[in-house]
Write a protein that binds this ligand. Structure first.
Ligand code: 5GP
Length: 194
């Protein structure tokens, strides 16, 4: 999606450690016009899929998912919560996710009442790096016996392994911008042609 690539070129900042900072428009200050354009694009890419729910993870995925949901007929958005302590009372699906940006492992939960075998779910997130966040969300969906209709990502870092692994699992993955390489000294970001 050229418009997103332009935003990244204009406002993205490449940080050491393979981190692309996009807080000017994606995950701190949020550009709602951009989110709507992303929603339109996901709706086009996943047209014909019987999506009845969107699943994301707190915090950065929530804003995007809420705008995207409006392009899928206002389906509900569920976000997986990062739990401080898991109350294993049988009411929650839980999994563990290693955070790329914070270098720690989170327990992540979703209440069982919000995921069911009847659900056809689109996963939405801001970034795809090593794929741990998406793997965890897939795990939660599988625990519920729901169907994964696809994964929609704003920015995939194509030089990290997550995208390859998820596609190899046969899961439909659509990333609106795929960063092929980036340089924290020059600030240059190169995108994969799609
Ligand atoms: P993964 O689990 O795929 O390794 O990392 C995905 C998660 O880490 C995303 O939910 C996102 O919040 C965060 N993340 C990974 N790489 C970046 C990055 O380069 N920039 C920002 N802003 N967040 C990132």
């Amino acid at each position: 999606m050229k418009y997103l690539e332009e935003k990244i070129r204009q406002f993205g900042v490449v940080k050491p450690g393979n981190v692309l900072k996009v807080d000017a428009f994606l995950n701190h200050q949020m550009d709602i016009d951009l989110f709507n354009k992303m929603g339109e694009e996901f709706a086009r890419l996943f047209e014909g899929r019987p999506i009845n729910k969107i699943l994301t993870i707190e915090a950065s995925g929530i804003g995007i998912a809420c705008v995207v949901a409006q392009h899928f007929g206002n389906v509900p958005v569920v976000f997986a919560k990062k739990a401080k302590s898991i109350n294993l009372d049988g009411e929650m699906y839980s999994t563990q996710i290693r955070s790329f940006t914070h270098q720690r492992v989170y327990d992540v939960i979703v209440a069982k009442k919000f995921l069911s075998p009847d659900d056809h779910i689109l996963i939405i997130d801001d970034f795809l790096a090593n794929g741990c966040a998406v793997d965890g969300l897939i795990d939660l969906i599988q625990s519920a016996g729901a169907t994964i209709e696809g994964v929609g990502i704003a920015v995939e870092k194509g030089f990290q392994e997550g995208g390859k692994r998820i596609r190899e699992r046969g899961i439909r993955l659509e990333s609106l911008a795929i960063v092929e390489s980036m340089n924290d000294e020059t600030g240059e970001v190169v995108f994969r042609e799609q």
